[in-house]
Design a protein around this ligand. Structure first.
Ligand SMILES: *Cc1c(COP(=O)(O)O)cnc(C)c1O
Length: 496
C-alpha cells in the first residue's frame, strides 16, 4: 500500500521520492508520513538479520514508491566498508546502560548513518521523477552535518553541494574536516553568525522564488540534506530497531520488554526517529530528550511554551547549540492531531515573535517524552567519572545525554534497560574530552593531534581513519561571508 507524505502546514501531499527530492514542502512545511506503518517483522526475526537487512525491513514500509531492487541497492551502497565495523551500529555496555555507537561511518558522527544513504536515495528519486536538472544540495551545519553531507555527495554525478557553517561555532577538528574536503562539486563557507543564522539563511534561499526561477533556467534545482528531509529521518529509525533486535538476540532483554532511549538533541531529528520507531510498535518506554545549556527543548517539555528568545550559548557540544529545533514541527503536528492549520499558525508565531505555546490537550500527548538538560560542567564530570569507573570514553554530546539520563533515573527510579544514542566519536572533540578527564591537558603543549594520540593511548582505541587523514590534508576552502551574504556565495558558485 502506498504511503504518502503530507506537509505539516497544508493539505499538500507527495510520494516518498518527491518528498526526498524537495526536502521541504513549498508551503514551508515539513513532510510527514500520512500514517506510521507498523513493523511487519518481529524483533526476534530482526535479531537474525544484518544491519542492511533490518534497514530494508524498516525503510520499505516508508519509501513505498521505491522498488525492492532500488531500495536494496541504495542500502548496499550506503552501509558498506565506509563503516569501520560490520555491525555498522554496535552497542557498548558501560555502567549498566547501552551506548549505541552511531559514529563508525566516514565522518565519525551519527549524521553518517543517514547521509551515507541520502545521496543514493536522492539520485534514485531523481531518476524516478525524470529530473534532468542538476541537484544543488544546500545545507546549514552546526558542525557534523556539513562534513557528512559532503562526504556523501562528493563526486556524485548530477549533484553539487554547498555547506554553510558558523565560523566560530564548531570544533577545530570539525572545521578542519570540512575545509579539507576535496571534490569539484563541493563548496564550504563559514558565516559570521551562529547556526540558527545559517539555518535561517538556508531556509530563506529555499523559499526565494526568483532565485528558484533563475536556477531552473540555468539547469539547477535546490534540495536539502538537512535533517528536515525525510530521506534523513527514515534511515535513522533503523538503528533503534536494530539495537532492540540485537539486545533481544543477545539475551540482554526479554521479548516485549520496554527499553528507554536517551538522545542528545539539537534539531530533534534523531529523537523523532526513535519516537517513530516506538509508533511502529518497537517496545520503547520513555524517550529522554537531552539538551545542553541551550535548553529550549527542556523548557518546552516542562512548560508547554517554546521560546527561542534567549541568549545563544556556545558549548562544547556544538552540534546541539540550536535554538530553533526544526524537526519539533513534526511532533507539534502529531500532537495537534495532524492539524496543518494549527501547526502553521504556531510556526508563524515562532517566526514572528520567536515563541509559541501549545494547548493543554497537546501537552498531554507528550507523555512519551522526558526533557532534561546538562550544564557544561555536568557533562565534563560525566566524561571523567565514566572513564575513571569503566575506561570507556564518550564524546561531549553523548556526555550530555548520559548526565541527563543519570538525573532521570535518580528522579524517577525507572531502571528499565536503557540505550543512549552515542552520536560522535570522542576523537572528534578530543580537546574537550581530554580536559574533562584531566585539566592538565589544557596546557599549551597539547595541540589537537597530540591530544588525539593521547586519547587513543588512554582509551586504548585506535585513532579513527577520519582523524588520521586530517593530519596532512591541505586546507582547500577559504570562503567566508556575512549572514546576509549567503545568496551571493550561492550565485557565485553556480555562476548565475
Ligand atoms: C547533529 C548532532 C546531534 C543532534 O541531533 P539532532 O538530530 O539534530 O537532534 C547530537 N550530537 C551530535 C554529535 C550531532 O552531530
Amino acid at each position: 500500500m502506498e504511503l504518502r507524505y503530507k506537509s505539516t502546514r497544508s493539505g499538500r501531499t507527495a510520494a516518498a521520492s518527491e518528498a526526498i527530492l524537495k526536502g521541504l514542502s513549498e508551503d514551508g512545511g515539513l513532510f510527514v508520513p500520512e500514517r506510521i506503518p507498523a513493523l511487519d517483522k518481529t524483533p526476534r526475526e530482526l535479531g537474525q538479520m544484518s544491519y542492511g537487512q533490518v534497514a530494508y525491513e524498516v525503510m520499505k514500509l516508508f519509501l513505498t514508491d521505491f522498488t525492492e531492487e532500488e531500495l536494496r541497492r541504495c542500502i548496499a551502497d550506503a552501509y558498506d566498508e565506509k563503516f569501520d565495523t560490520e555491525e555498522i551500529a554496535p552497542l557498548a555496555e558501560a555502567e549498566g546502560v547501552w551506548f549505541l555507537e552511531l559514529f563508525h561511518g566516514k565522518t565519525i558522527a551519527f549524521k553518517d548513518m543517514a547521509l551515507s544513504i541520502l545521496p543514493h536515495l536522492m539520485i534514485t528519486a531523481a531518476k524516478k521523477n525524470h529530473v534532468d536538472r542538476e541537484i544543488v544540495i544546500l545545507t546549514a551545519t552546526s558542525g557534523d552535518t556539513g562534513k557528512a553531507a559532503m562526504a556523501g555527495f562528493v563526486d556524485v554525478p548530477g549533484t553539487r553541494i554547498i555547506v554553510f557553517y558558523p565560523k566560530n561555532g564548531v570544533s577545530p577538528i570539525q572545521e578542519r574536516q570540512m575545509l579539507t574536503q576535496k571534490g569539484d562539486n563541493v563548496l564550504v563557507a563559514g558565516i559570521h553568525g551562529n547556526f540558527d543564522d545559517a539555518q535561517t539563511g538556508v531556509k530563506k534561499l529555499f523559499s526565494d522564488r526568483e532565485l528558484e526561477k533563475e536556477m531552473a533556467e540555468a539547469g539547477y534545482q535546490f534540495s536539502s540534506a538537512n535533517s528536515i528531509n525525510i530521506g534523513r529521518l527514515v534511515p535513522q529509525i533503523v538503528y533503534y530497531v536494530y539495537a532492540y533486535a540485537r539486545l533481544l538476540a543477545e539475551g540482554r532483554i526479554t521479548d516485549g520488554e520496554k527499553i528507554n532511549v536517551t538522545v542528545p538533541t539539537g534539531n530533534f531529528g534523531n529523537i523523532l526517529a526513535a519516537y517513530y520507531a516506538k509508533l511502529m510498535g518497537l517496545p520503547i518506554g520513555k524517550l529522554i530528550c537531552a539538551s545542553n545549556e541551550n535548553k529550549v527543548l527542556f523548557d518546552f517539555f516542562s512548560t508547554g511554551e517554546y521560546d527561542k528568545n534567549r541568549e545563544f550559548v556556545l558549548t562544547s557540544s556544538p552540534s546541539m547549540d540550536i535554538l530553533i529545533s526544526s524537526n519539533l514541527e513534526r511532533l507539534i503536528y502529531r500532537i495537534s492531531g495532524d492539524d496543518a492549520s494549527k501547526t502553521a499558525l504556531l510556526m508563524q508565531q515562532l517566526s514572528e515573535k520567536g515563541s509559541y505555546e501549545i494547548t493543554e490537550e497537546m501537552r498531554e500527548r507528550l507523555s512519551d517524552f522526558y526533557g532534561g538538560y546538562a550544564k557544561e560542567q555536568e557533562a565534563f564530570d560525566k566524561i571523567c567519572s565514566l572513564y575513571e569507573d569503566t575506561g570507556y570514553v564518550i564524546d561531549t554530546h553523548t556526555a550530555v545525554a548520559a548526565a541527563v539520563y543519570d538525573r532521570y533515573r535518580e528522579e524517577t527510579k525507572d531502571d528499565a534497560p536503557t540505550v543512549i544514542a552515542s552520536t560522535a566519536s570522542p576523537f572528534k572533540f578530543a580537546r574537550s574530552v581530554m580536559t574533562a578527564i584531566d585539566p592538565d591537558y589544557a596546557e599549551a603543549k597539547w595541540d589537537d593531534f597530540a591530544l588525539v594520540d593521547e586519547l587513543s593511548r588512554i582509551a586504548n582505541v585506535e585513532v579513527p581513519a577520519a582523524v588520521e587523514e586530517l593530519r596532512a590534508a591541505p586546507i582547500l576552502h577559504h570562503t567566508e561571508c556575512e549572514k546576509d551574504g549567503m545568496e551571493a556565495v550561492v550565485r557565485d558558485f553556480l555562476k548565475i
